[in-house]
Design a protein around this ligand. Structure first.
Ligand SMILES: Nc1ncnc2c1ncn2[C@@H]1O[C@H](COP(=O)(O)OP(=O)(O)OP(=O)(O)O)[C@@H](O)[C@H]1O
Ligand SMILES: [Mg+2]
Length: 284
């Protein structure tokens, strides 16, 4: 499988600060959804800022489709048009006076004609369920509304790779579910997604792969099933398996389901495994 974006042995310390990233290796596979999972202060945001060239590493490098990142002005414009980043704090991202203006900033900056940019804005606002906010002044929005505007701005650029820093933080349940459904759709259309989170349930719902983060480095990167099912590994990052996986592991330990049954992705799938009549031991 081809790595569309890679971090190789990254090291970075903020000016005057302690090392935020060290010996960090990460590989983003085209067309997949990767969760950067780890506790507060682990270095998730710092890594995402490296992946679109906003921060240049002290050592190591970032590769785009095998090519070293180009930090020249022109290089960065091209890089950020292919790799869009939604920042953790929407206030750091939103600058224009109105929502529609803010969301049109990226497409116009990409050189699209005004009519095409306007169509992109319409589509992005609809995708985030905020068409009614189009003419609203951006300083008169709630935190969750701002977050959606920031995501709409990135989606409107139609990047190859969309980086999202804590995408569901601050969203209510309906807003989070709507966003997850949108990200699933974007993934199905071939967009590569990388999102940071400390929310293991979000990783379990959305991710194909998980990079587990602790102390400024990736301590494991594998399929979501493998990482989220490994309680000892998760404990090293101060995390516990998702509730569904804990129930599945507990049911296996008690012999209620076959030891080689695959991890369930939903409560319904777990209940099916636990239903009477489902063989508890694998044949053979
Ligand atoms: N602007 C900054 N200046 C100095 N140190 C910083 C700065 N931003 C972050 N750090 C430090 O770098 C380390 C990594 O921070 P980072 O924001 O990348 O973590 P994170 O995993 O995104 O955390 P969170 O889950 O809280 O968002 C932390 O030790 C943090 O204190
Ligand atoms: Mg962060």
């Amino acid at each position: 499988m081809s790595a569309i974006l890679e971090a190789r042995d990254l090291h970075y310390a903020y000016p005057g600060g302690i090392a935020a990233l060290r010996h960090l290796n990460l590989s983003v596979t085209a067309g997949r959804k990767l969760a950067i999972l780890g506790p507060n202060g682990a270095g998730k945001s710092t890594l995402l800022l490296h992946l679109n060239g906003s921060i240049r590493p002290d050592r190591g490098r970032v590769l785009m489709a095998g090519q070293p990142g180009d930090y020249s002005r022109r290089g960065l414009i091209g890089w950020r048009s292919r790799v869009a980043l939604v920042l953790q704090d929407a206030d750091d991202q939103i600058f224009a006076a109105t929502v529609a203006e803010d969301v049109s900033f990226g497409p116009l900056n990409q050189g699209l004609p005004a009519t095409e940019a306007a169509a992109r804005v319409q589509m992005a606002l609809a995708a985030l369920g905020i068409e009614d906010l189009a003419d609203r002044p951006t300083h008169m929005l709630s935190g969750g509304q701002k977050k959606r505007v920031a995501i709409a701005g990135a989606v409107a650029m139609r990047p190859e790779i969309l980086l999202l820093d804590e995408p569901t933080a601050g969203l209510d349940r309906a807003g989070a579910d709507q966003l997850i459904a949108l990200l699933e759709r974007l993934g199905q259309r071939g967009m590569t997604l990388v999102f940071s989170t400390h929310d293991i349930e979000l990783a379990a719902t959305l991710a194909d792969e998980v990079a587990l983060f602790d102390g400024g480095t990736v301590i494991a990167q594998d399929t979501a099933e493998t990482v989220l099912g490994d309680a000892d590994l998760l404990a090293r990052a101060g995390l516990r398996p998702p509730m569904l996986i804990e129930l599945w592991l507990g049911a296996q330990a008690r012999g209620l389901i076959a030891p080689d049954a695959p991890p369930p992705r939903s409560a319904g799938a777990l209940l099916t495994l636990l239903s009477p009549g489902v063989p508890r031991r694998a044949a053979g």
